[in-house]
Design a protein around this ligand. Structure first.
Ligand code: NAD
Length: 462
């Protein structure tokens, strides 16, 4: 893997301020595959200054030209998609096929959607005797996690570029090579110097410096609720805009009229995908008591098939954390029907696909985000109880409802406190707003709603 030993600032790779470096480790075998510089507050400051200096030019660039740069960026991502997939497999551990089909393909779709939105969005509208201009918010500080390393970068950078904002990105320390590859793509796409800048580094150092920098107008953060809360507090104190995409504990509600086998199988696949490291994963399956035993048997059988198909977790710390949750589930009285806390292999950060039955609402594994391949199956007596359980966590990011009749599923979905619901296995839509109710976050990403996060309005009266 190619690694740059500098920061991409003001259109070029520049020496980092300090000498500290971060090892990039392949979680499938523990091998160090590269090193990137650990940025300091000075690196962040240099990058923010470059972004600020580039802002007047980029914000005044006609939307059609910004759209052309985004199309060029999409084309570079397409041309380099194999390299992207291989890089993500090497630093995240996801199986290559999944990296190709999801990690490389989704950002291409998102970049494409913003190329189109930049070209077609009405940045000016007439409201009575006013003309309302939708202007870029300014300099964006983007902080991203490792679980969908490129998707989460593109979900922030593409709308910010479309809006006319300039950006400083601080990617996750586990997946910085993907971020460096993205910086190369931005450069190749002809985005002017200073419009996009990359500072690699540790969260509490470079991330915090970026979140607190007075030259940043909007902080867009994706990651844990704990860090998001701190970033939100700092942004509030500075009266600056903030967008937070945080954790989830989404419910997969299987109503009695549903096709049970399909709902269970798709539900298990959803949780195991990306080794369970998906913020929107349906980690709680809710089944009517009359169908409960059948659903548990189906889920255990489905999970067993994933044994060799999922990759490791991202690092040893996450592996330990997830195994700790599995032990806690057992200790609190849940019944293991697949997997368990033992590591399935000696090498690599693997966790067995795990399914718990007899999970009750008050258990830790029913409330906290595990971020691993662990499914909890809960029992409900009637629809009202199902709704209460579904809405009974601090989170509200995603969810699913299955029913024989689509209208029945929709009626239930409308009562769920959550930002997205897939009806009878509805597919991921890269244009639909993505984001959380309650403690899953503030703001929305993707599509038109994702674009408006990066805009502010100015009304001129005539
Ligand atoms: P994390 O919050 O520790 O890290 C996310 C990013 O924040 C990284 O770039 C990290 O370096 C940075 N960071 C860490 N401490 C910081 C600080 N004090 N100031 C500024 N930046 C800081 O999260 P993680 O453990 O790496 O990722 C997993 C978590 O992210 C899970 O809880 C998951 O639910 C959440 N997540 C949510 C979404 C979503 O879209 N809602 C997507 C992916 C991950």
């Amino acid at each position: 893997m190619k690694a740059h030993d500098g920061m991409y600032i003001d259109g070029a790779w520049r020496d980092a301020d300090g000498r500290d470096a971060i090892d990039v480790v392949n979680p499938a075998d523990g091998q160090v595959i590269g090193q990137v510089p650990a940025g300091t507050a000075l690196d962040v400051d240099t990058a923010v200054r470059a972004a600020r200096a580039a802002l007047p030019g980029w914000s005044a660039t006609p939307p059609a030209e910004r759209a052309a740069r985004l199309s060029a960026l999409r084309d570079v991502l397409v041309a380099r998609k194999d390299e992207i997939a291989e890089t993500i497999t090497a630093e995240l551990g996801s199986p290559l096929k999944f990296s190709q089909a999801v990690h490389a393909a989704a950002p291409i779709a998102v970049a494409s959607s913003y190329a189109e939105l930049a070209a077609t969005y009405a940045f000016e509208e007439k409201v009575g005797n006013s003309v309302v201009h939708h202007e870029p918010i300014g300099v964006v500080g983007a902080i991203t996690p490792w679980n969908y390393p490129l998707h989460q970068i593109v979900a922030k950078v593409a709308p910010a570029l479309a809006a006319g904002c300039t950006i400083v990105l601080k990617p996750a320390e586990d997946t910085p090579l993907t971020a460096q590859l993205f910086a190369e793509a931005v450069h190749e796409a002809g985005v002017p110097a200073g419009v996009f800048n990359l500072v690699t580094g540790l969260g509490p150092v470079a991330g915090q410096a970026l979140a607190e920098h007075p030259g940043v107008d909007l902080v867009s953060f994706t990651g844990s609720t704990a860090v998001g809360r701190r970033i939100g507090a700092a942004a509030g104190a500075a009266v600056k805009r903030v967008a937070l995409e945080l954790g989830g504990k989404s419910a997969n509600v299987i109503l009695p009229s549903a096709d049970l086998a399909k709902a269970v199988n798709v539900g298990v696949a959803n949780v195991m995908s990306n080794s369970g490291q998906t913020c929107s994963a349906w980690t709680r399956m809710l089944v009517h008591r009359d169908q409960y035993d059948e659903a548990v048997a189906l889920a255990a059988e489905a999970a067993a098939k994933y044994g060799d198909r999922i990759g490791p977790l991202v690092n040893a710390k996450q592996q330990e954390r997830v195994r700790g949750y599995i032990e806690k589930g057992v200790a609190e009285g849940a019944r293991l029907v697949a997997g368990g806390p033992e590591a399935p292999r000696e090498e690599g950060c693997y966790v067995s696909p795990t399914v718990f039955a007899d999970v009750t609402e008050d258990m830790t594994i029913a409330q906290e985000e595990i971020f691993g391949p662990v499914l909890s199956i809960l029992r409900y007596d009637d629809e009202e109880e199902a709704l209460r359980i579904a809405n009974g966590t601090v989170y509200g990011l995603a969810g699913a409802v299955w029913a024989g009749d689509e209208a029945e599923a929709v009626a239930f979905a409308r009562r769920m406190d959550t930002g997205q619901v897939d009806i009878n296995g509805g597919r991921f839509n890269p244009l639909a707003p993505f984001g959380g109710y309650k403690q899953s976050g503030v703001g929305r990403e993707l599509g038109l709603h994702g674009l408006t996060e990066y805009l502010q309005t100015k009304s001129l009266q005539f």
